[in-house]
Structures are given as structure tokens and as C-alpha cells.
Ligand binder design. Structure first.
Ligand code: DAH
Length: 339
């Protein structure tokens, strides 16, 4: 019996060594250690042995089984490692291979103008404020000294959600929100989207962008407004830009003005961009109406301020020479790529 076991051990070890993959290894395992395997059969045959021989043979069989199992395991690990190595080799990433070109977008002309204007005003010590696009009528109109019978409140001009809630028709309501929550000195600009019930054409869109400005402090004068706008115009449109005020009316400023800039294309001689005028209308502005200060909890006896507001599209169109506003909203990459 001992010889039979020794022979079996020798054969099985040889067979294991010869295996070239996990499948063969498994076959050898079944052949010797399986339910009907050779070692199992030997174990069963132990009944026929003399009682004193049984422990000796039993021990031997166990030793051989341990040995076989250890070798099988070792071989199996080896095969697994080799397989993994092969996989890693075939799945190797060639980092030197040229990558796919990612097409980079460009900032939209409107975003570019907003960024530029923000930079200019941040440089003058302003902060950027923000407010909701779905706004209460009280902020869009009432607190801005725009009474219920004002034409701007008409259904034909403004998109209403309910009687008292609307899509803001200007960025001016942010003025009221800031004045209510901050104490002077206040120096803010607020870029944002605004909505008006206008039909689309080359110079109108029901959705467009404005930038609002507000300064409230002690002794703020109209000259401060003019100086600020002149500085802004020079930085944004060129060092030689001049500015002029024309009288105008806005409910929330008194006095109010419209500011024009000398045409930055022809320098004031008259060209296509300024339509022969030499001047381009830039924005609305004025001294904050005492009622507005009062409605927002600021004493007009103690404080004064100026405000201004302008359309971003208008500046973008003038600066980039775009003659149709609709081009700005079509998202045609061939158009946008140019800026
Ligand atoms: N909100 C005005 C508009 O949409 C623009 C404007 C004019 C804003 C004068 C101002 C201002 O702050 O003082 O036409």
C-alpha cells in the first residue's frame, strides 16, 4: 500500500508540473483528489487494512494530500498571475499616442462684455450684486417710484406671472433690494437677464441683458456720475471716447439723463456704426430719486446717489460690429467663433 501511495504521489506531482493552464490543473485535481479520485479510493480501501496499519497509512495519505493541495494551489496562483500579466500587457495604454482634439468653445460676446464691464467696475471699488429674474412688481416698479398707472406696467410691455409677480423688465429692482439690505456707502453693479414683451427684430428681443449701477453715499453729485461714466467709457471703448448727457425722464432718477458716447469707430465724424451721428446712445442714468431712497429705508436728507443702466447687447453689437441682434441668440458656432 505504501508503494502504491508513493507511486501515485510521484505520478500526480509530475502531472501537476506538466499542466499548462488552469483547466488541466483542474483535471489533475479531480483525478487524484475528486470524489472518485485515486487518493480517495485509497482512503476507502483502508478498511481492508490491519488496524495497526491504519493510522500509519492514514497519516501518509493525509501528508500526500496536503502536499498535492499545496502544489495545486501554487500552480493555480502562478496561472492566475500569468493571465493577469497577459491582460495588463494587451490592455496597455500608449500614453504617447496623440489624443483626440477637444474642440474648445469661446465665451459668448455677451458674456465677454459682462466680464469686461465687471472688471472695470471692480477696479473702481464696486461690488457685483445679484437679484431674481422672477421678481415682485413692488421691486420692479413701486419701490422705483413707478406708480401703478405707469405705461411700463402695461401687459403689452411686461410678462406677468401673477398680478404681483413678473419677469423683471429691468435690472433696476436689484437697486431696491440692495438699498433695503445694505447700509450706505453702496457701490454696486448688477449684470443680468431681463424680459420685455417685445417682438423679435434686428434690434429687439423679449429676452436680453442689462447692467445696472448704483452708488449711494453722503454728498454724491451729478459730477460723480459723469466722471464715473466717462472713466467707464474710456476703459471700455477707448481712451479717446467722449461722453455727453441729454435730458431724459426715468421715474426712479431726478434729474435723469441719457448718456451718449462719441463713436469709437469714426471718432465722431459719422459712419455706418453711429449712423452718421458721430454719437452712440449708451445708457440711461440720473440721480436716485429721493422717493426711491425713502421707499428703500434710506434718508434722502442724509444720503444721495446716482444710478445707471444699459443694455449689454447694444454694447456688444457696437463693439463687435454685429448688425443683427438675432445672431447673438442663434448659437451658431460659425458666428460665435469669430469673437
Ligand atoms: N432701467 C432703465 C431701462 O431699462 C435703465 C436705467 C435708466 C437704469 C436710468 C437706471 C437709471 O438705473 O438711473 O430703461
Amino acid at each position: 500500500m505504501k508503494e502504491q501511495i508513493a507511486k501515485m504521489k510521484e505520478n500526480s506531482l509530475k502531472e501537476i508540473e506538466k499542466c499548462i493552464d488552469e483547466k488541466q490543473l483542474n483535471e489533475v485535481k479531480v483525478k487524484y483528489l475528486g470524489k472518485k479520485g485515486e487518493l480517495t479510493v485509497i482512503l476507502r480501501g483502508m478498511e481492508t487494512l490491519q488496524p495497526e496499519e491504519r493510522p500509519i497509512i492514514g497519516k501518509l495519505v493525509n501528508q500526500v494530500r496536503d502536499e498535492l493541495e499545496t502544489l495545486l494551489q501554487k500552480k493555480e496562483n502562478e496561472f492566475k498571475r500569468k493571465e493577469l500579466e497577459k491582460k495588463l500587457e494587451t490592455e496597455n495604454i500608449d500614453v504617447t499616442e496623440p489624443s483626440k482634439k477637444i474642440k474648445l468653445g469661446t465665451l459668448h460676446p455677451i458674456t465677454q462684455i459682462i466680464n469686461e464691464v465687471e472688471e472695470i467696475f471692480l477696479g473702481m471699488g464696486y461690488q457685483i450684486a445679484d437679484g431674481p429674474e422672477v421678481e415682485k412688481a413692488i421691486y420692479n416698479f413701486d419701490k422705483l417710484n413707478t406708480p401703478p398707472d405707469h405705461p411700463a406696467r402695461d401687459l403689452q410691455d411686461t410678462f406677468y406671472i401673477t398680478e404681483n409677480i413678473l419677469l423683471r423688465s429691468q435690472t433696476s429692482p436689484v437697486q431696491a433690494r440692495v438699498m433695503e439690505t445694505q447700509k450706505p456707502p453702496i457701490k454696486i453693479i448688477c449684470p443680468g437677464t431681463v424680459y420685455r414683451s417685445d417682438s423679435v427684430d434686428a434690434t429687439h428681443s423679449p429676452v436680453f441683458h442689462q447692467i445696472e449701477g448704483l452708488v449711494v453715499d453722503k454728498n454724491v453729485a451729478m459730477t460723480d456720475l459723469k466722471g464715473t461714466l466717462e472713466m467707464f467709457a474710456k476703459k471700455c471703448l477707448g481712451e479717446n471716447t467722449k461722453i455727453r448727457f441729454r435730458p431724459h425722464h426715468f421715474p426712479f432718477t431726478e434729474p435723469s439723463a441719457e448718456a451718449d458716447v462719441s463713436c469709437f469707430v469714426c471718432g465722431g465724424k459719422g459712419c455706418k456704426v453711429c449712423k452718421g451721428e458721430g454719437w452712440i446712445e449708451l445708457l440711461g442714468c440720473g440721480m436716485v430719486h429721493p422717493n426711491v431712497l425713502k421707499f428703500c429705508g434710506i434718508s434722502p436728507e442724509e444720503y444721495s446717489g446716482f444710478a445707471f443702466g444699459f443694455g449689454v447687447e447694444r454694447i456688444a453689437m457696437a463693439k463687435f460690429g454685429i448688425d443683427d441682434m438675432r445672431l447673438l441668440y442663434e448659437n451658431d458656432a460659425r458666428f460665435l467663433k469669430q469673437f
